[in-house]
Design a protein around this ligand. Structure first.
Ligand SMILES: Nc1nc2c(ncn2[C@@H]2O[C@H](COP(=O)(O)OP(=O)(O)OP(=O)(O)O)[C@@H](O)[C@H]2O)c(=O)[nH]1
Ligand SMILES: [Mg+2]
Length: 241
């Protein structure tokens, strides 16, 4: 039986580690990400006979290449392609937290948004309509209080449905001007030529348009792991053409 890999992403201080501990019962081991001084925690749990590994990604406000933390989190989602990503958001500052949600949704559709600290939100009179939010985002949304173990059963059932392919997502997608969209699709065609359809091509195209040099390096490493004749020039060509 295959083990499903689940990533935990989110802004700092949203309760990711609390959720990690609740789900894994503290069955964790920690280490450093390869080549990075960023702590890496991994743990396991079971639900309905299915085995899961949970990866606690570093808390970040965005997923560009601004810091080692951001790079680790985004590289994991884009290149390691977990079976699902739980994005943990703070119910008391949902708007700010949604920024990261949109960034993750450009990388993968296999997302469950966990609206945590719902107990704090209720105290402040904040009400969150998770069904409406789910319709807008196009992915499941589950309200949680990780510290009080509220909402965990629903989260686990939703996760099971997602890893079994039973969740139909319909992503909200940001559209750019006609000119940029044309450029994006040209680059996308080249990316599919180089990598196949495995990577989130639109996301890669957008980053290349921004001139993200760290991503170019990472893409070359990724190609190195497969038989290919592609050179740096070819990827640079996508950026500058
Ligand atoms: N009231 C309340 N507090 C919570 C809940 N979940 C987590 N917390 C608290 O929020 C604080 C941050 O929790 P962590 O689990 O460390 O958050 P994190 O996202 O792992 O933080 P970083 O690793 O720094 O990004 C802690 O004091 C938790 O006890 C919750 O559901 N309700
Ligand atoms: Mg943490």
């Amino acid at each position: 039986m295959t083990v499903k890999r689940i990533a935990l992403a989110g802004n700092p201080n949203t309760g990711k580690s609390t959720l990690f501990n609740t789900l894994t019962g503290l069955k964790q081991h920690t280490g450093n990400w390869p080549g990075k001084t960023v702590i890496h925690a991994e743990g396991s749990f079971q639900h309905n006979g299915e085995n899961y590994i949970l990866i606690d990604l570093p808390g970040t406000y965005s997923l560009f290449s601004n810091s080692a933390d951001e790079e680790v989190a985004r590289d994991y989602i884009v290149f390691e392609q977990p079976d699902a990503t739980l994005v943990v958001v703070d119910a008391t500052s949902l708007e700010r937290n949604l920024n990261l949600v949109f960034q993750v949704l450009e990388m993968t559709e296999k997302v469950i948004v966990c609206v945590n600290l719902i107990d704090e939100a209720e105290k402040k009179g904040i009400q969150i309509d998770e069904k409406k939010l789910s319709l807008k985002l196009g992915v499941p949304v589950v309200k949680l209080s990780a510290r009080n173990k509220i909402g965990i059963d629903l989260l686990l059932d939703t996760l099971e449905d997602m890893v079994k392919g039973k969740v139909i997502t319909s992503l909200y997608r940001m559209n750019y001007s006609e000119e940029i969209e044309k450029k994006i699709s040209e680059i996308e065609t080249k990316i599919i030529g180089l990598f196949g359809a495995k990577l989130p091509t639109r996301w890669v195209a957008l980053r290349l348009l921004e001139g993200d040099e760290k991503l170019v390096e990472k893409l070359l490493q990724y190609l190195d792991t497969k038989p290919s004749e592609v050179t740096a020039n070819e990827i640079q060509f996508s950026v500058h053409s």
